[in-house]
Write a protein of this length. Sequence first.
Length: 290
Amino acid sequence: MSRSFLPAFVLVLAVSTVPLSVHAQSLTQCLLAHNQGLITPACAHLLGLSVPPSQPQTPPDNGGVHLRQTVTYQPLDNVFGQDSILGLKLGMTQADATSTMTSYCGKAPQVTNTYLSTTYKGVGVNTQYFPSTLTCQKGQDSLTVRLSIPVMGAVVTKIERSASFPMEASPHYADLQADIASKYGLHLQPMTRYGTPSGTAYAGPDGKVVTTQTGTTAEANEPLTYTTPHEMAYLSVTVIPVGENLFNVSGLRLTLEDLRAEEVMYAELFKQMNGSVDAKLSGSPVKAAL
């Protein structure tokens, strides 16, 4: 299911950094935070910037294109529109996802800001910063949510969960196997010494849901290069045994992603960014001195 469709006329780079603690004090940490669009009062003082302590953290103006919301998220009309991972669902607003993650993790998720860049007709252009991911952790259980680009507002298009369990308090595989089958309709194979149980359910262009048990997940390519409609969405589950103990689980990974929504929003992103370049070139008053 992996595909690579990279348009010859455009190269898009996502700039995203690992979220830093709001208590970052070192110059290096503050510079990284600034590049991410996060400035704490302490970092502002260290970098010689003027940010009142009461002012909320907002990304700086990087001179990029202000994207307009011109498309609306369309809920999936199959099982993936109803599936959830710890209460998180595709199409959730940023506010609802934040509330759900806060409730589970016990604290608000960290927001990572991103901007996107492209070159069109020889001209480089980038977007303004926008919130791209929410992350939180509860012990050894971590959640990551990807938000849509501003052309589609800020709704959830991908959910990832990665959980690890201590050996002395690890779930029974049979129980987890039954729960996954009941909740997601995925029937994982028995544990073996030669492979990790995994399964993937994905919806094709006709909307039908197909399940696989190949030992590998159906990884959709990064949406930056995923431009041909095939799978609409997918859910993948991977279970990791406790060493040679094939009756208990040491790790669990789940991914739920709306490929259709990501394809729509990236098509609109290219349209707006390329349009901004066309507008600049057509309105340029510059004349070469001869």
